[in-house]
Design a binder for this molecule. Structure first.
Ligand code: ADP
Length: 272
């Protein structure tokens, strides 16, 4: 992707995020062909692999990438495509479902903190602590006061990670309601994809405006320069993948990582 200025998709901490201000489609100007997007993704994948290797060696910084979005927005797909080139040793993916009985007796960040990256690690969250201010709010499990408290808890938690050298990059995969209809229909039409369908996918679709509102509020309350939210245009899968890969590469490059110096004098090594 020639466009490496991601600011138009950054959720500004000042003011209220309106998702309708963000396109779900790729920008028409400078649009790349399918082949060009695939080449860019491969290029970014290779860079990501090298950067991850330095992240691991340096052990000075860590990266947490959070993926959120409506059902079918492509959380699984983007993870599969973007991290294809990264060594399986170099990345850990964690998915968060409905909390277990034990998890729901703890504070909502307990299970999240346990899976957060250490310095040297890159971790991907497929859903996250944001479910605790999204689905729980829309379904009336928590009240407004609790939700506001949780925004504060999240800000503190992410700032704690930041102070420990862990960057948090948050991607909202933005699809249109009509694109979701196509994707749900494709799953209904393909028996191999029936396992992916849950009754909640159809119930949540009925609550689209409420989820939209919950996302707008959560993104506005928790996007910071240190732990930014980006609204990723996700109707086109190749564009989405290229965009996310480029954004992660840029985040790692900004860390200016350096491999550690050798712990002994290499000039004294004599290979026999
Ligand atoms: P996905 O829908 O991401 O493919 P699953 O089918 O396992 O994955 O669904 C995970 C479900 O768990 C989603 O419906 C999500 O809303 C729910 N979930 C995740 N975290 C929480 C939470 N903290 N509280 C309630 N529900 C949650």
């Amino acid at each position: 992707m020639p466009n490496t200025d991601y600011t138009p998709w950054y959720v500004s901490p000042k003011g209220k995020c309106q998702l309708s201000d963000f396109d779900t489609e790729p920008p028409t100007q400078g649009q790349l062909s399918g082949d060009e997007l695939a080449a860019h993704l491969a290029d970014m994948g290779e860079k990501l692999d090298k950067l991850q290797s330095t992240l691991h060696a340096a052990k000075t910084r860590g990266l947490l990438v959070v993926f959120q979005g409506m059902d079918t927005s492509g959380k699984d797909g983007v993870i599969r495509s973007v991290f294809t080139h990264v060594s399986p040793l170099g990345v850990r993916a964690e998915a968060f479902g409905v909390p277990t009985e034990l998890e729901s007796r703890h504070d909502f960040l307990w299970r999240i903190h346990a899976k957060a990256p250490a310095r040297g690690e890159m971790v991907i969250f497929n859903r996250s602590h944001y479910e605790d201010v999204l689905v729980t709010r829309v379904r009336g499990v928590i009240d407004e006061e609790t939700c506001q408290q949780r925004y504060g808890n999240i800000l503190h938690f992410e700032s704690l990670l930041h102070n420990a050298g862990i960057s948090v990059l948050k991607c909202y995969l933005h699809i249109s309601k009509s694109e979701q209809k196509k994707r749900l229909q494709a799953r209904l039409d393909d028996p191999r994809k029936h396992w992916k369908l849950q009754p909640s996918d159809f119930d949540d679709r009925e609550l689209w405006p409420q989820f939209n509102q919950a996302y707008e509020d959560a993104l506005s309350a928790t996007s910071t320069p240190e732990s930014p939210w980006y609204v990723v245009p996700a109707d086109s899968k190749p564009y989405r993948d290229s965009f996310v890969a480029g954004l992660i590469v840029q985040t790692l490059e900004n860390m200016k990582l350096k491999p550690p110096k050798p712990s002994f004098n290499l000039s004294k090594v004599k290979l026999t």
